[in-house]
Design a binder for this molecule. Structure first.
Ligand code: PSU
Ligand code: MN
Length: 338
């Protein structure tokens, strides 16, 4: 898709504040995306911090392509979100995805709080879960696929490192399909904080929180769904009927590439030690730990990450298809945007 087919739109706020608090931003939708929004076709938003910072080149490019294919393979349309030259973009061309995959350290890691300076400074970067939730919700995309969300970091009592992702999930009406939270986090505290923030965490064909690289964590979840239809009904109830914030749909990573839980734990403990010694903190911590794990596992965490990403994209697309079908029932047809 060329730039010519893209039109700027307004980035709207939470449904409760719609109309009152419209945030004016330069958002450019790819023509395929705006057409899909008008028609109510199934869409899946995709974050790009995992491309720009989370995975090394060339695995990041392969992962991005695999994600888009996984979404299309299930009959939905992938909507990659990023900021390119100070413009919020939804739906990227192949060459724009390559640009993010090849940009290296020049690219910004953009959470919600970083969006303003990226726009003002005409900068380019990948959006994390927080910024992607905000932008997806703003343009009316309800389903979003990623690998793992950010959350409460281990040692939080010392450094208070809690990802903006949790704040964004509570605020923006988007269902985030993931393999749980990044396994480098304090998962017990992450679940507690999600409860405090009133964010539902729903196991997809599981009763426990998946462990990202590993299939299990031993942490039970209150809610589970056993298929896309059931998930879509839950999304519609929370986001549309109640007009509440976001939610998590947690999908275990595929058996073929998942790692044993104990092995992952050992590698994380060692990597955290290295990070502490090197003084790595803040937003640099996640990318640092991910590359350290890849090195220690001789690439197996990397392969697992790419595989679970594509798997989450496929599940998200199935949910998006079921959700779009539900929305098209004449009884609760949503108003077209514009
Ligand atoms: N999990 C991964 N790879 C990633 C991320 C999470 O396995 O690249 C990214 C996501 O974009 C997530 C962000 O939103 O890290 C969280 O970063 P922080 O903890 O700095 O908020
Ligand atoms: Mn952080």
């Amino acid at each position: 898709m060329g730039r010519s087919g893209q039109r700027p739109v307004h980035l709207a706020g939470h449904p409760l504040s719609r109309g009152r608090e419209r945030v004016r931003a330069r958002v450019r939708l790819a023509s395929e995306i705006s057409r899909a929004l008008e028609r109510g076709s199934p869409l899946v938003a995709l974050e790009t911090s995992v491309v720009a910072q989370g995975l090394p080149h060339p695995e990041n490019l392969a992962a991005a392509r695999a994600c888009e294919e996984a979404v299309r393979g299930k009959g939905a349309i992938p909507a990659m979100v990023a900021v390119l030259d100070g413009v919020v973009r939804v739906g990227l061309s192949r060459s724009e995805v390559s640009r993010l995959a090849e940009g290296g350290a020049r690219l910004l890691k953009l959470g919600s709080r970083d969006l303003a300076s990226a726009l003002a400074g005409r900068r380019t970067g990948g959006t994390t879960v927080s910024a992607t939730c905000e932008i997806a919700a703003g343009v009316g995309i309800r389903i979003f696929a990623t690998g793992g969300i950010g959350g409460v970091h281990r040692g939080v009592e010392e450094h208070l490192d809690v990802s903006q992702d949790l704040w964004a999930l509570s605020r923006f009406p988007v269902a985030v399909v993931c393999a749980g939270a990044k396994s480098v986090l304090d998962l017990t505290r992450t679940l507690e904080l999600l409860e405090s923030l009133a964010v539902p965490v729903v196991g997809y064909c599981t009763g426990e929180l998946p462990g990202f690289y590993a299939r299990e964590t031993g942490l039970p979840l209150d809610e589970r769904v056993d298929g896309a239809e059931e998930a879509a009904r839950l999304v519609a109830a929370r986001l549309d009927e109640l007009g509440q914030g976001g939610m998590l749909i947690a999908v275990p990573p595929p058996r073929r590439s998942a790692l044993p839980r104990a092995e992952v734990e050992q590698m994380i403990a060692a990597s955290l030690g290295v990070a502490a010694k090197a003084g790595v903190r803040g937003k640099a911590l996640t990318p640092f730990l991910l590359s350290e794990l890849a090195r220690r596992s001789e690439g197996r965490t990397l392969a697992a990450n790419v595989d679970l990403l594509a798997n989450n994209c496929a599940v998200a697309a199935e949910i998006a298809v079921a959700y779009a079908r539900g929305c098209r029932r004449p009884s609760d047809r949503r108003k077209p945007r514009g």
